[in-house]
Design a protein around this ligand. Structure first.
Ligand code: COA
Length: 242
């Protein structure tokens, strides 16, 4: 299992509104709010002229009124001189994100966690509460609605409201975890850990072998949770933008 396999699985499990492939690069576009679904993923290179390809990508995003962004995962981008070429054109890298993985092990889910195969309304309400505005909510909700099957949407309710959520989806041997969120007033009560274990139990039922997730490198709280559940960093990716 390498970082490129995980990037390819992420494109399937966390689907952008629009996905096209040009000269080996994936062009993803959605509402322009979050990074992964609004960037070029240059996972292989089958073209000839890299600068012309960057021109093409810039025009493709401009046509959608989006700024051009490239997502480069260490050891999984091509061609090798792409960072130098982007830097020469005024791009800089921002926001390192860790890709973490762990073997999927048999785990028991706890009784407090409610699991759904498709996105329930209460899960959508929790995305709304933890998004900064309507645009972010729309983008995240629509990605979750497009998630392929099998998928699992986990939530813990208190007083009829979802206070902790998380989802996972599978593709082949790989399972990806997304949208881990606990309402601010319900944090540090072990809710995300319960959600996480319920999702891992589901990944075990699907007979996936490796689970992965992506987390901002400065998100110490989430990294501590994932490390304590056996996850370790496999790679780092960075967005490059002007
Ligand atoms: C990350 C997040 C989901 C954790 O939710 P939570 O319900 O508070 O987590 P838990 O109470 O289950 O904590 C589990 C473990 O995570 C770690 N952790 C959680 N919050 C932490 C904090 N503020 N600082 C350090 N470690 C923390 C601890 O290891 C904790 O175990 P412990 O309490 O036994 O020490 C929550 O902080 C959140 O919603 N953050 C904003 C959204 C986000 O960043 N999501 C993750 C995206 S990848």
């Amino acid at each position: 299992m390498n970082a490129r396999d995980i990037d390819l699985a992420t494109i399937r499990m966390w689907p952008a509104a629009i996905a096209e492939q040009h000269h080996g690069w994936f062009y993803l576009a959605s509402g322009g709010v979050t990074g992964r679904v609004n960037a070029v993923w240059p996972l292989e290179w089958t073209g000839r002229d890299v600068n012309a390809a960057i021109d093409h990508a810039e025009a493709w995003y401009a046509a959608r009124r989006l700024p051009p962004r490239f997502k480069l995962t260490d050891s999984a981008f091509a061609p090798a001189d792409l960072p130098d070429r982007l830097a020469r054109r005024g791009y800089a890298s921002v926001m390192p994100t860790l890709v973490m993985t762990a073997p999927v092990r048999a785990t028991n889910a706890t009784a407090d966690v409610i699991l759904h195969d498709t996105l329930p309304a209460a899960f959508g309400a929790a995305i709304r509460e933890t998004s900064k505005d309507d645009a972010e909510y729309d983008e995240r909700l629509n990605i979750a609605l497009r998630a392929p099957q099998p998928a699992a949407f986990a939530l813990i309710e208190q007083d009829g409201r979802a206070v902790a959520i998380g989802m996972c989806a599978a593709a082949g041997d790989l399972a990806g975890v997304f949208l881990m969120r606990t309402a601010p007033e319900a944090r540090r009560q072990g809710l995300a850990r319960q959600i996480f274990r319920a999702l891992m139990a589901k990944c075990g039922e699907w007979e996936t072998t490796t689970a992965f997730l992506q987390v901002d490198a400065d998100n110490a709280a989430a990294i501590a949770l994932y490390e304590s559940e056996g996850f370790s960093p496999l790679a780092t990716y960075r967005f490059w933008r002007k």
